[in-house]
Design a protein around this ligand. Structure first.
Ligand code: SF4
Length: 406
């Protein structure tokens, strides 16, 4: 059975059979975008005005397919939590750029934090907007961090031979036209030292037809994901209910066109903060050829108060989930994408939290092991207290505010 419903006349959500996805001759299926909460009749009128105020600050966008995955009978439905605004987003919490990405911005739309990796922020729109997004600032009108013109980014990468790995992100690169994507991918493939191109995208969850119904995009991927130099899809599934028949078909299409698929997602309260949910998703992802890569501790981003999960709780859930998963699922890591590096949460015991610097701006600190007092409320590295001078020194080297910590 198909899982989709469509939005009829912009007013009513109804269940409808989708065209068969014939990848050779198939009729293209297009999602219909929903930009206004009052287009969704399932939101009670009493809540609508308040949620519209939230959406004025943190923009709302969805589509008929994704809204069709919501079980409106369940007030705590995880897909609903992921996409429909919540009043608590207006709580005083966090910062818009919680990991200070601005500090590693080297040119318009270009972030260079780790030696071999550059991020090109090439699109400021997503297929829908995740409520917990840590880059929600990019969708605000006054923000200018993203550029569709990647000329400066390509020139920067070409002049930095240490860059082997380029991540197209934003926003969602797969929401760009195939023509623009072709220009960018071809320009990157003209740079001999770029080995890996990664597409960071939630389109396989939001719009599985994006690739399936675009032969030119399939051709582009097949041409440029070669045995020597692969293209990777950094997919973003947050919940097993997103792994519909259509989504599985979409991932199969990436794989068939030579793309290596992995999944990364944050831990989100109300969406995937249950071991059963994570374990089920990890198993399914492994079965379909898109095994989990990272689980991220949520950044303390403004607007994200209702979506936070403490580090200790996150580690418990993650550990339980990977214990139940296949060996492929167990390769996943639970990390904080902190301003100063990717910090892995390795273990927790009665008294301590054990972290490891997985990737750092300063390569000399990579692999450094850090021990902190256990704090069951802590949400972020900066909330933790190191237990020894070594830990404090390492934090200082990482650039953390040790005066506050020791
Ligand atoms: S797809 Fe990614 S960038 Fe876009 S809203 Fe969701 S989390 Fe943010």
């Amino acid at each position: 059975m198909r899982h989709c419903r469509r939005l009829d006349g912009g007013v009513a959500l109804i269940r409808a059979a989708l065209p068969q996805l014939d990848e050779t001759t198939g009729r293209p299926h297009r999602v219909r975008y929903v930009r206004h909460l009052d287009q969704i009749p399932n939101i009670p009128p009493a809540e609508l005005a308040q949620l519209k105020r939230v959406a004025e600050k943190y923009v709302f966008r969805a589509n008929d397919y994704y809204l069709g995955l919501i079980d409106w009978e369940d007030p705590n439905d995880p897909i609903k939590q992921l996409i429909i605004p919540r009043a608590e987003e207006l709580n005083d919490f966090g910062e818009l750029d919680a990991s200070n990405e601005e500090a590693v911005t080297v040119a318009h739309g270009v972030q260079h934090k780790y030696d071999d990796t550059v991020l090109l922020l090439c699109n400021e729109v997503c297929g829908a907007y995740c409520r917990y997004c840590f880059r929600k600032r990019l969708f605000m009108e006054e923000n200018d961090e993203v550029t569709n013109d990647v000329t400066a980014g390509i020139a920067y990468i070409a002049s930095h031979p240490e860059v082997r790995n380029v991540l197209l992100t934003g926003g969602d690169p797969l929401l760009m036209s195939t023509r623009r994507l072709t220009e960018i991918v071809e320009a990157l493939r003209d740079i001999p030292h770029v080995e890996i191109i990664r597409l960071g995208s939630k389109m396989p969850a939001f719009d599985p037809w994006r690739l399936v119904n675009d032969q030119k995009l399939q051709d582009l991927l097949r041409r440029h994901s070669t045995p020597e130099k692969r293209i990777y899809l950094m997919a973003h599934f947050d919940h097993p209910r997103e792994l519909t028949e259509e989504a599985v078909t979409g991932i199969a299409c990436f794989i068939r066109n030579g793309v290596i698929c992995v999944n990364q997602c944050p831990l989100i309260r109300g969406v995937n903060d249950e071991a059963d949910v994570l374990a089920e998703m990890y198993s399914k992802l492994s079965y379909i050829g898109c095994p989990p890569y990272y689980l991220f501790q949520g950044r303390p981003t403004a607007g994200n108060d209702p979506y936070t999960v403490p580090i200790v709780r996150g580690w418990e859930l993650f550990s339980e989930a990977i214990r139940r998963g296949s060996g492929l699922a167990r390769r996943a890591r639970f990390c904080m994408s902190h301003e100063h590096g990717k910090i892995e949460i390795v273990a927790v015991d009665e008294r301590h939290i054990y972290l490891r610097c997985h990737r750092t701006k300063d390569p000399a600190l990579a692999g450094r092991f850090l021990i902190f007092k256990r704090d069951d409320e802590a949400l972020w590295l900066d909330d933790l207290e190191p237990i020894d001078p070594d830990g404090a020194q390492a934090l200082e080297a990482l650039g953390c505010c040790v005066e506050r910590l020791v």
